[in-house]
Design a protein around this ligand. Structure first.
Ligand code: UT7
Length: 315
């Protein structure tokens, strides 16, 4: 399931808004450098938990499950409604999923693959029968509208999957990594201290460093997870990568020798929605009937931390 805020903002509209602030950009620059044509921005009532709960409801509907049957809710987000309690607890309350444990995972744009790996392990351990795994973000609230290198890239949204115990594994292999030494290439360093914001509260990124790092680690991570599952790149039916820049997606697909039609691309429609981007793209491809039961799908995240990872699933 997935959920996008009602408001769609085209490159043209965003560029006009930036021009009024004296920030120079062009729709053409954004599209050619990133592939992004539009993004959705959340309104005041479209909080991270609201978007997450809508996406979760759609996932449960598709799975034919009612909220009281859910045993675990994991929300991947870096834009929680509040410092605490977690967005997952808010979702549990909205859904009235009274039998579910609930917590958030913070791994920025890799959040969804981290959350899925955690849920998979918790189900495999026998502690939980099933899990609702959600990626939900309102990154528009972290934008510095005077920083043209970042503010044109991000959007808001949520996606969700329902995972359940089964004799036949849906998750074939997982692979997660992090390098905290590279925290400075993508971060939002501010915090609240004694009632005031201390430090920079906006998203900051060294775009070129992140770009190079993303292409390198995603290629290596894909090969590792495929090998762990005892498979080869040709066995992958679809690549559903983190949607940050179409040029990154193409470079990774090229490394794996995957033809264009095997890569799911939604960055043109959604921009970069951080932890929501992978489940949003997955839901999009499933509802388009491109990804079907039995397909082998490689999900990949990369982003702040620096973090990255891959999950190989049989749908
Ligand atoms: O979700 C986490 C993962 N995030 C990512 O994967 C993002 C990775 N990075 C990228 O996608 C790309 O590096 C960007 C899209 C952020 C930037 O593209 P780039 O091709 O690396 O551009 P650049 O940073 O090298 O900038 C090229 C030029 C610069 O001007 P000068 O110095 O050459 O005169 C920038 O100031 O483009 C300029 N520029 C812009 N121009 C118009 C930067 N942003 C804009 C803009 N509009 N919005």
């Amino acid at each position: 399931g997935s959920c996008l805020p009602e408001r769609v903002v085209s490159n043209e509209e965003l560029v006009k808004f930036l021009a009024k602030r004296g920030v120079e950009s062009s729709a053409e620059w954004v599209e050619t450098r990133t592939g992004i044509q539009q993004r959705h921005f959340a309104g005041p009532l479209e909080s991270t938990s609201f978007l997450a709960a809508q996406a979760a409801n759609k996932a449960l509907e598709s799975a034919g499950v009612i909220p009281s049957e859910v045993t675990l809710i994991v929300v991947a987000t870096s834009t929680s409604d509040q410092i605490f309690p977690s967005t997952a607890c808010a979702v549990q309350s909205i859904l009235q999923a009274k039998n579910a444990a609930a917590f958030d995972v913070q791994a920025v744009c890799s959040g969804f693959v981290y959350a899925m790996t955690i849920a998979d392990s918790m189900i495999r351990s026998g502690q939980f029968k099933n899990a609702l795994v959600i990626g939900s973000e309102v990154f528009s609230r972290l934008m510095d509208w005077d920083d043209r290198g970042t503010c044109v890239l991000f959007g808001d949204g949520a996606g969700a999957v329902f995972m359940t115990a089964s004799q036949q594994p849906g998750v074939l292999a997982c692979e997660l990594q992090a390098d905290g030494d590279q925290s400075c290439i993508l971060n939002t360093p501010g915090r609240i201290e004694n009632g005031v914001i201390v430090g920079d509260p906006f998203l900051r990124m060294d775009g070129q460093a992140v770009f190079k790092q993303a292409v390198s680690v995603l290629g290596a991570s894909a090969l590792q997870v495929i090998e762990k599952a005892g498979m080869c790149p040709a066995d992958v039916d679809f690549l559903v990568p983190h949607q940050a820049n179409v040029r990154i997606l193409q470079a990774v697909a090229k490394k794996l020798k995957l033809p264009d039609e095997k890569t799911v691309v939604t960055v043109n429609q959604h921009g970069n929605t951080s932890a929501a981007s992978v489940p949003l793209a997955l839901d999009y491809a499933v509802r388009q009937k491109r990804i079907k039961k039995g397909h082998t799908v490689l999900l990949q995240g990369v982003g702040g931390g620096f973090t990255w990872g891959s999950v190989l699933v049989r749908m």
